[in-house]
Ligand binder design. Sequence first.
Ligand SMILES: Cc1cc2nc3c(=O)[nH]c(=O)nc-3n(C[C@H](O)[C@H](O)[C@H](O)COP(=O)(O)OP(=O)(O)OC[C@H]3O[C@@H](n4cnc5c(N)ncnc54)[C@H](O)[C@@H]3O)c2cc1C
Length: 620
Amino acid sequence: MIWQPLNLTEVCPTYTPITACSSFGYVYLNLLVQLYGGSRDERPHRDYREPEDIRDEYDFIVVGAGSAGCVVANRLSDNPSWKVLLLEAGPEQPDVTLVPGLSTALLGSNIDWAYTTEPNGKSCLAHPGGRCPWPRGKVMGGSSSINSMAYIRGNRADYDGWAALGNEGWSYRDVLPFFKKSERNVNIEALNSVYHGVTGEQYVSRYPYIDKPSLMLTDAFNERGLPLTDFNGAQQLGTMQAQAFSLSGERVSTNTAFIQPIRYKRKNLTVKPNSEALKILIDENKRAYGIIYNENGNILTAFAKKEVIVSAGSINSPKLLMLSGIGPRDHLEKIGIPVVQDLAVGENLHDHVTFNGVIVALSNKTATTVSEEEVLEAVQDYAAMKIKRGPLSGNGPVNSIAFIKTDPDLIAPDVQFQVDHVPNWREFLEDPITGESVSIFPTGFYDAVLPRTMNIVPKSRGALLLNESNPNGPPILYANYFSDESDLIPLLKGVRFLLSLEDTEAFRSNGAYFVREPLPACRDHVWGTDDYYICLARSYTSTSYHPVGTCKMGPAWDEKAVLDNQLRVYGVCGLRVIDASIMPFVNRGNTNAPALMIGERGVDFVMKYWREHNEPYCSY
Ligand SMILES: Cc1cc2nc3c(=O)[nH]c(=O)nc-3n(C[C@H](O)[C@H](O)[C@H](O)COP(=O)(O)OP(=O)(O)OC[C@H]3O[C@@H](n4cnc5c(N)ncnc54)[C@H](O)[C@@H]3O)c2cc1C
């Protein structure tokens, strides 16, 4: 089996009321492994031999088959005269990833890098050691194979803001065609051809199953004055059941969309899962010419005639650059890595900070809770269905999304609401940290929801460094949440808006109410006061899963820029970074659609360049 779920014995404390930690949790996970632990990708092609060059020489090497990397490898290999190698550290994409309702069961499993942040004394305080979990996909499709699938692009102002910083070619007008290029939208939104594409590889649709509490939430947001909107169209402010990276009740990762249809068909594309890049080879003229990688324990070398493209994501792209001598001089020298280029790699790390703990309990009539036997049945039924329907074909309440401005003078929303499910809120209230970390049951069965207020214009900045005692191991992640305390303000204002939902007909008619009991770490505060919510934010801090910015793009005069506007690493030839790490600042909204767009936009620069040149560009 490819998929191994998280280890309950390791994660569950000795005493916890959380059902997932009981013997039923083990029975349930065993069933998931049996039904969904294999991969569609390994079965039909066992005898296929990839077109491997004896000299391991390619035109392009793409490191990381994630959201952006799969787009890049697809577009490059569309040219039959270019040989492309796609390296992925993780395994084939297991079938469990295809089930929308099992998205949270993927966290902490063997296809998650399962990083944790460093304590800063201001955030993540209730988490063990003051460290927040930071999941990232380690699998074909990368984080697009383990994420929550909400299809949100951000605001026009984000991209105009990137361009205003001196990044030519990245204004909203410039990037909109690249959002549309990948997109194959199959819902009503598709009719608006100004904003949506219908012929791309990436399916986008609403789930076939949207439950009653989810609709209650968007109704409530709407009653509180938020218009129903297409977040990805003319106006982001408002509410809607968001569309998803899915089709017919199944996840469509970038592996599914961009690699599966061409893998084993294009002779010029070699895909290597279980192959972790260890170092970029760079010669004395500062030209990148290859990669040393570890394929199932064998240390191998591949050579790139044209370019090495690093698409390993916001954590691993800067790590690989630093391991190859590209990064802050002091840090590299301290570790003993010869410096190739002194750049601010790893700086500008930031994320949409959010927190858990605002619980909306549902009445018996609205709750979707089922018995343990019914959970097992639902998991089996979904596997047996040809046409996917029912609770596992949706992702619970997570797509009940809203964007607000906490100050009417703002040019764009500063707060996003996104909603988690809570299988049993009484259990959760006793042990919220374990409740979050073993969220293994289907997202469609719950008796409460956890609306998360996300600050989508965070000011706090952190940094990423190599681990001095083990540079090849997990990097040191200074998330540094709330280092700028003003990041608390949108959260406080957002929570006030959230609490006002109780006054809506949607909540009243469904018997939904805010649980007014404080969470364990905040029992010294009075529920409903600002102090209480500040305590929640600091104690039950959470990632929105959107870390970005660690290989920032910017003009040459910007000392902190790592890449130019065409995503070329300053001072090194034949080397680009194309993934979410390039963002100068994070977009207002989820980051997967932007990562695909960055893939399209970035590879377009690459293709244009090589149509006109024979040698790589050197920016020194
Ligand atoms: C749990 C979770 C939920 C999320 N929910 C949403 C959501 O609902 N909507 C949304 O828009 N966004 C969501 N996101 C964020 C979104 O998925 C990411 O922003 C996006 O996938 C980032 O794309 P990327 O290409 O930068 O990196 P990734 O997709 O993470 O790809 C990087 C790839 O590189 C591989 N890799 C790393 N190091 C190496 C190496 N040395 N050698 C070879 N391969 C390597 C990794 O294994 C991975 O496959 C979520 C993310 C997570 C983790």
